[in-house]
Ligand binder design. Structure first.
Ligand code: TXA
Ligand code: MG
Length: 349
């Protein structure tokens, strides 16, 4: 199959044609990679059972891992799920945006989309291209991240092309994703919500709207996900890992830098926060230093993480060193992704 990459240019008539073409592919049961504000998604109709199967096949993903269903307006949740006051409280504050809410599903959503669960994860993305496509196709869109299963999520169209060339019909290139990590996934509880996957919408932001906010144990300790009843099936698979081995080091910055200094072998690399780049001088050829973003900027560091891990693979690195980020507040999403990229192993020095 030839994979067509069509760019959104801002020229109205051109962009309308790109969206119309993608909408037709969706209505015919095909799949299209689309930009969202978080990461690129692999989108198919959430109403046609065959589309979900194609998505699983393209990703090489186990089909018991449910997909997120994307809508263009919060009220469209009524068509696919049983909503609640809590849903509308969350929607009013955070939608459109990077929040996904798990709700009891209606019958029109096939079990193939939800991995056999009787709930469905609902998200109204903010990205105007994604929303225009949902509107133009007339279908809610099932869309997981557009990477091969287990690989870091794609934040540019060229990341998607790398994983999906020859496998899907079309990629819409809408530029770089502004957030760079996947949406926060929550499930309403009796008196609040439980965070199943951390993202840009933090625990503190949710608390203002949702009351009691719990965080699933597997979020901070991915090894829990194997042992416990898995609330969010996606959390149980090894995830976000590049081919390179990620060695995660729990140490203060100075100690981390001196550890990296001793391990600057050919074919490896290290993530270093912007302020500390100047501390790594005399770097030998064949060793790559990645600017991880400003130390205190959880958003900048989260936005860069997946593209750095992909870059490490493009360079053919065998080992990548990274400092364990804080796990509190806005850093929780970054912490969760990087610990999983390292397969849960943390080296305390
Ligand atoms: O930002 C995002 O959410 C991106 C973009 C494309 O929208 N999508 C995304 O989808 O990350 P995916 O399929 O890679 O991740 C879906 C997550 C998984 O952790 C999955 O287990 C969870 O959502 N999930 C989906 N449906 C669920 C359900 N019914 N109950 C509990 N967890 C669910
Ligand atoms: Mg994913």
């Amino acid at each position: 199959m030839k994979t067509e990459v069509l760019k959104i240019t801002g020229e109205k008539e051109h962009d309308r044609k790109v969206i119309a073409k993608a909408a037709e592919i969706i209505r015919n049961g095909g799949i299209v990679a689309i930009p969202t504000e978080t990461v690129y998604g692999l989108a198919g109709s959430a109403l046609l059972p065959g589309s979900a199967e194609k998505i699983y096949k393209a990703k090489g993903r186990p089909s018991d891992n449910p997909l997120i269903v994307h809508i263009s307006e919060p009220r469209e949740a009524e068509d696919i799920a049983y909503t609640s006051d809590m849903f509308y409280r969350l929607a009013e504050r955070f939608m459109p945006g990077p929040l996904t809410v798990v709700l009891p599903k209606k019958d029109c959503i096939p079990g193939s989309v939800t991995g056999g669960l009787d709930s469905v994860a609902v998200r109204c993305p903010e990205n105007p291209i994604a929303r225009a496509l949902i509107k133009a196709s007339g279908h809610p869109l099932a869309a997981p991240s557009a990477n091969k299963s287990g690989m870091p999520s794609p934040t540019t169209a060229s990341h998607v092309y790398h994983d999906m060339n020859g496998i899907i019909e079309m990629i819409i290139d809408g530029g770089e994703c502004s957030i760079g990590v996947e949406s926060t996934v929550v499930k309403p509880t009796e008196d609040g919500v439980m965070i199943l996957r951390p993202g840009r919408i933090s625990e503190r932001m949710l608390r203002k709207v949702a009351g009691r906010v719990e965080v699933a144990a597997s979020v901070k300790d991915p090894s829990n996900a194997e042992k416990e009843k898995v609330e969010s099936p996606g959390m149980k698979y090894r995830h976000y890992s590049p081919e390179a081995e990620v060695i995660l080091i729990d140490a203060p910055a100075r100690k981390y830098i001196s550890y990296v200094r001793k391990h600057m072998e050919n074919g490896s690399g290290a993530l270093v926060t912007t302020e500390h780049l100047k501390d790594l001088t005399g770097v030998p050829e064949g060793f790559t230093v990645f600017d991880a973003g400003k130390t205190r900027s959880a958003f900048e560091r989260s936005k860069r993480i997946f593209s750095i891990l992909r870059r490490a693979d493009e360079l053919g690195l065998k080992t990548v060193y990274a400092q364990l980020p804080p796990s509190d507040g806005a850093f929780l999403a970054l912490y969760n992704r990087i610990v999983r990229a390292a397969g849960g192993r943390i080296l305390k020095i």
